[in-house]
Write a protein that binds this ligand. Structure first.
Ligand code: 5GP
Ligand code: ZN
Length: 139
């Protein structure tokens, strides 16, 4: 369940020393080396899963429970007004390390640390067609 060429496998399993905020049998939580804000942390599963499509359901559930538990702690300690829980899948979506991880990014009011998108417009016809396909696949 580990990938010998994966940096996050090595960090999560203690093969590369790191400042660990929290550790249990499934996860290691570390500070991001290139943080968006002070206190930017990463929840790393100890097993290797490329992205949300591949991760084990139970591990995924536990990862988000851990995100919930860590959020108020990080907000208090880093005196944040908010916190983004963020998770990228595949290069097109900004993933650069292909070992599933959740970003916890403490935010201060007005910090401009994350780029907001410019709201676009929905194509109603396209969405109606998509709905049919999505509902079929989700049934
Ligand atoms: P992604 O872009 O894949 O969602 O996020 C990868 C994150 O991992 C980036 O924010 C990057 O700064 C961080 N990162 C990459 N390599 C290392 C590392 O060796 N140690 C730590 N602590 N963070 C890393
Ligand atoms: Zn890995």
């Amino acid at each position: 369940m580990r990938d010998d060429n994966c940096i996050f496998c090595k960090i999560a399993n203690g093969e590369i020393p790191t400042m660990s905020l929290y550790e249990d049998d499934q996860f290691n939580v570390i500070f991001d080396a290139g943080p968006a804000t002070s206190g930017h942390a990463l929840i790393l599963p100890k097993d290797h899963y490329k992205n949300i499509c591949e991760i084990d359901d139970e591990v995924l559930g536990n990862a988000y429970k851990l995100a919930k538990k860590m959020t108020p702690v990080l907000m208090d300690v880093f005196e944040a007004d908010g916190l983004n829980v963020l998770q990228n899948n595949n290069e097109a979506a900004g993933q650069t390390v292909f070992h599933f991880h959740i970003h916890l990014i403490p935010r201060k009011a007005g910090d401009k640390a994350m780029v907001a998108w410019v709201p676009g417009e929905q194509d109603k016809e396209k969405l109606e067609k998509a709905l049919e396909e999505i509902r079929k696949r989700m049934a």
